[in-house]
Design a protein around this ligand. Structure first.
Ligand code: HEC
Ligand code: HEC
Ligand code: HEC
Length: 445
């Protein structure tokens, strides 16, 4: 049996099926496939929604407007629109080690798109990951989260999707060799890891909490990048939202690794964020704690900034209520790394982030707080390394009290330098996070 597998963590009860599955040694093959597709989820750069197309907040009385609003909450456009292509016409490449999957055309075109689908077929795709022709869809399409969306909302999303102008654009066929092109393998994966089913509200919690849970866990699919996955690429429910990994495409076809931070209230997560910080961040890309600078620019630009203040407040309520899951260790550095890190930090970072790491407030020339920063302390240091090497690229329009984009420092620093600084930032001021190696930095170049 593959060594990292922990049946308890997967919530798996049918050991017989699992053993049979592993003995057939399909597991490795399937795992590799799913892991790689799952880790190459949302594409970039995605077209920002034109302000005129932005979903109107709280479109109470117009089902079509509500459908558009919900589709925006699900960020369908980011994954289903390729650069220069018609909106929702698909063709976005999801590169994996085993081949490339293309997102489908979901415009109202009867043949190229899903204009010929029935409501029942659409609901089955969203809730069970099965296409109209009965074939299994890959979980690069986050049906594992969309399964939670209510019938009513799926009806309104479908009505909106049907109103999207038809495009006959056909995505290229997937480039996947045997056995990865066998969609039927997904039925085994689904049996092991996927629990279909609509969100059920927790009666002990407030309406805001339940609305927030519905949006974060369902349409928002935040766990796709913020939850760790097991060796078969399934999100680990017992560690949900405690930090994940996401591979983004960069021009030239290469892939850059990112870490989705710990969103729970752990010290290495959002402990120091107020609900207002979370709302401001999801609304504008800026908060008193930090600015978005990576894949969150697409998430915020195409999705969350178009949501109503009530919905953002609900999401913040739910996120703040996530029980802390701490995966970043407290580490004392060896003297050599501590001294090197201290010197390099003082030269390259301290003027903006201050010797205390406390940073400043937005609207100044200075840097965001590194003390308690979720990016600095994430279980995987990829996003921390990225901002040092490539700087930040804050979302526009830039609000009045905003952070400036941090500049790239890759030219001035060797891999060893970046590793020492990153380790230093994680090991001081009460911060958490394992030391960073030069190899991890090299991997981000
Ligand atoms: C993280 C990226 C991502 C997001 C977000 C996303 N999709 Fe997709 N979707 C995909 C990919 C990739 C496929 C193709 C999967 C495959 O071929 O197995 C797909 C397939 C589909 C299909 C199946 C179509 C067919 O012809 O078989 C439907 C329907 C669909 N998506 C609807 C939506 C809707 C509606 C939303 C927003 C609520 C959405 N998707 C959001 C990536 C995404
Ligand atoms: C495509 C992957 C992806 C998705 C989907 C995603 N995130 Fe993120 N998130 C990231 C990454 C990567 C970072 C860190 C770098 C950055 O700014 O992009 C991050 C950072 C954050 C931060 C912390 C910012 C900081 O500076 O400490 C918050 C809060 C956050 N995300 C909330 C959310 C919420 C809420 C959702 C769902 C609506 C969500 N994210 C969906 C990838 C993602
Ligand atoms: C010229 C000022 C400046 C310098 C020098 C600078 N930064 Fe920054 N840094 C910023 C600003 C402004 C932000 C917030 C905007 C952004 O994300 O681009 C930021 C954001 C960050 C973040 C993200 C915090 C979060 O929670 O999202 C980290 C981590 C970081 N810097 C680390 C460093 C390190 C390490 C160095 C030295 C190698 C450094 N910075 C040098 C100005 C600076």
């Amino acid at each position: 049996m593959p060594r990292e597998f922990d049946a308890a963590k997967t919530g798996l009860t049918d050991m017989t099926l699992l053993l049979h599955f592993c003995r057939a040694s399909t597991a490795i093959v399937l795992g590799a496939l799913v892991l790689s597709t799952a880790s190459a989820q949302e594409p970039s750069p995605a077209p920002a929604v034109e302000p005129a197309q932005a979903a109107a907040p709280e479109p109470q009385n117009d089902p079509l407007a509500r459908g558009k609003y919900l589709a925006t909450a699900g960020n369908c456009i980011s994954c289903h629109t390729r650069e220069g292509g018609a909106p929702f016409a698909g063709g976005v490449a999801f590169k994996t080690d085993f081949g490339t999957i293309y997102s489908t055309n979901i415009t109202s075109d009867k043949t190229a798109g899903i204009g010929g689908w029935t409501q029942a077929q659409f609901t089955r795709a969203m809730r069970e990951g099965i296409a109209a022709n009965g074939e299994h869809l890959y979980p690069a399409f986050p049906y594992t989260a969309f399964t939670k969306v209510s019938d009513e909302d799926l009806g309104e999303i479908f009505a909106y999707i049907k109103s999207i102008p038809a495009s006959d654009s056909k995505p290229p066929p997937n480039e996947m060799g045997f056995p990865f092109n066998q969609r039927s393998l997904m039925s085994v994966w689904n049996t092991l890891f996927f629990k279909p089913g609509v969100f059920t509200a927790d009666p002990k919690q407030s309406a805001a909490y339940n609305r927030g849970a519905y949006l974060v866990e369902g349409l928002g699919h935040c766990g796709a990048c913020h939850s760790p996955r097991n060796f078969l690429g399934a999100e680990q429910s017992d560690q949900a939202m405690s930090g994940g990994v996401f591979n983004d495409k960069i021009p030239g076809g290469a892939v850059r690794r990112w870490s989705g931070v710990n969103l729970t209230s752990a010290e290495s997560g959002l402990k120091l964020w107020t609900p207002e910080d979370i709302v401001a961040y999801l609304k504008t890309g800026h908060s008193n704690r930090s600015a978005s600078y990576g894949p969150m620019n697409d998430v915020i630009g195409n999705s969350t900034r178009h949501l109503s203040d009530d919905d953002l407040a609900a999401m913040a309520t739910y996120i703040k209520a996530l029980a802390p899951i701490e995966r970043s260790p407290k580490v004392a550095l060896d003297d050599k790394t501590q001294r090197a890190g201290d010197t390099l930090y003082t030269i390259h970072c301290g003027t903006c982030h201050l010797p205390t790491g406390l940073g400043a407030t937005p609207g100044t020339e200075l840097g965001a707080p590194l003390v308690g920063s979720a990016v600095a302390q994430a279980p995987d240091p990829a996003s921390l390394i990225n901002i040092i090497l490539y700087g930040g690229q804050v979302l526009s329009p830039v609000p009045e009290k905003a952070w400036k984009s941090m500049k790239a420092l890759s030219d001035n620093l060797s891999d060893e330098d970046v590793a020492a600084i990153a380790s230093y930032v994680r090991a001081n001021w009460g911060n958490r996070g394992g030391p960073v190696t030069a190899a991890q930095v090299a991997n981000q170049r």
